[in-house]
Design a protein around this ligand. Structure first.
Ligand code: SF4
Ligand code: SF4
Length: 364
């Protein structure tokens, strides 16, 4: 296993992390624990869950897994999150989490899922920062982190909050351009950085022909190449894979074993090929993100990418619901002023695509 420093915390985390959001059978606790043990035996020491993954079942499974890891003398760091923002609500949540996880302290505790700066300001007003600081002083959490779906300059702004020691966001060989700017602040502030959805929410393994260009050896899979792309990023501490079963754990561990570095030229090729291979896909550059109606065009076009690549409308609806938390009806507010299409670097028919997305909204 390869370990990298998590920002300035003094902790070193495995480049491959265990995400607890995609267990195929969360009710089979023995298998889930076995997966955690297998990962830890392979050197994985970063385990991430949340109080909304399968309700609280993922945290409960992690509690059983951590007990087993402790018994076997396998080292681990715990990471979980909270949506709560008032002191009372956060304290109630963390008390239950520590119990479920069987821990006295959580290593990496995240302000969960900042989707826009407005809600972040609201959470701050409710006292989230003060409360997280208190929890750290009291030894209930070790490090204050944030998970976010913000993009571009907005994520930079969020990460400039002095309180954060690390960040968790989606990033992969499929959508890297959407959050490139975050790395400027991550570097300046020397933050830990964990990335989720390293396989583009399944888009990469489901479309191996399309993503063939990310491979740098003929005998490798796109999954391995996609993970290597992330391992090679100097500012990414850990790539978090949401494991479904034991086979997936073994495949990812194998990808760590076969990693010997990716040369700069190949990384450049991936970035350039991305442009060529996806000319009719949104690249997440955000040049269009100035809609007078405040329609989040890049996010809606990202969801449309999923629709286009996977060929089914559920893919776009899932992306909108679970990743962006935006109803498809947002697309229906477009007045067809044409401003976004003029700005689009890919010359995409955004208005037409917005209409298609709006049509996906369930009828009332
Ligand atoms: S065309 Fe629609 S989405 Fe694009 S900027 Fe105008 S109102 Fe916004
Ligand atoms: S300008 Fe075009 S490619 Fe860039 S984010 Fe907007 S829709 Fe996507």
């Amino acid at each position: 296993m390869i370990y990298k420093p998590y920002g300035t915390t003094g902790k070193k985390c495995s480049v491959l992390g265990f995400g607890g959001m995609r267990f195929k059978d969360i009710d089979d606790q023995d298998i889930c624990v076995q997966m955690m043990v297998e990962a830890a035996k392979g050197g994985v020491n970063y385990f991430d869950t949340a109080p909304g993954y399968f309700g609280v079942k993922s945290e409960t499974v992690f509690g059983a897994g951590f007990k087993e890891l402790r018994g076997l003398g396998l080292p681990f760091y715990s990471a979980t999150k909270t949506f709560a923002s008032t002191e009372t609500a956060i304290r109630k949540e963390i008390e239950a989490q520590l119990k479920r996880l069987g821990l006295e302290a959580i290593d990496f505790y995240h302000v969960w899922c900042i989707i826009d700066l407005k809600t972040w300001e609201e959470r701050k007003k409710n006292g989230v920062i003060t409360t997280f600081r208190k929890l750290k002083e009291e030894g209930l959490i070790k490090h204050i982190c944030v998970s976010s779906h913000l993009i571009g300059d907005q994520i930079k702004e969020l990460l400039n909050e002095e309180v954060f020691e690390g960040v968790l966001f989606g990033y992969s060989a499929y959508n890297f351009s959407i959050r490139e700017k975050a790395f400027e602040t991550i570097s300046q502030r020397n933050l830990g950085c964990v990335v989720m959805n390293p396989l583009g929410g399944g888009i990469i393994p489901q479309n191996p022909e399309i993503f063939d260009f990310i491979k740098y050896r003929k005998d490798q899979s796109v999954v391995e190449a996609a993970l290597h792309f992330l391992f090679s990023h100097e500012r990414i501490t850990t790539a978090l894979v949401g494991f479904g079963n034991l086979t997936e754990v073994r495949e990812a561990l194998h990808a760590v074993k076969t990693y010997t570095g990716v040369d700069e030229a190949h990384i450049r090729r991936i970035r350039d090929s991305f442009r060529e291979a996806f000319l009719d896909l949104c690249t997440g550059c955000q040049y269009c993100d100035h809609c007078p109606e405040k329609i989040p065009v890049p996010k809606l076009m990202d969801a449309y990418n999923h629709y286009k690549l996977q060929g089914k409308k559920e893919a776009a609806l899932d992306r909108l619901k679970w990743h962006w938390n935006i109803p498809p009806s947002e697309a229906g507010r477009c007045t067809e002023c044409g401003q976004c299409e003029e700005a689009c670097t890919q010359h995409l028919p955004i208005i037409k695509r917005l209409k298609e997305i709006a049509a996906l909204a369930p009828s009332k």
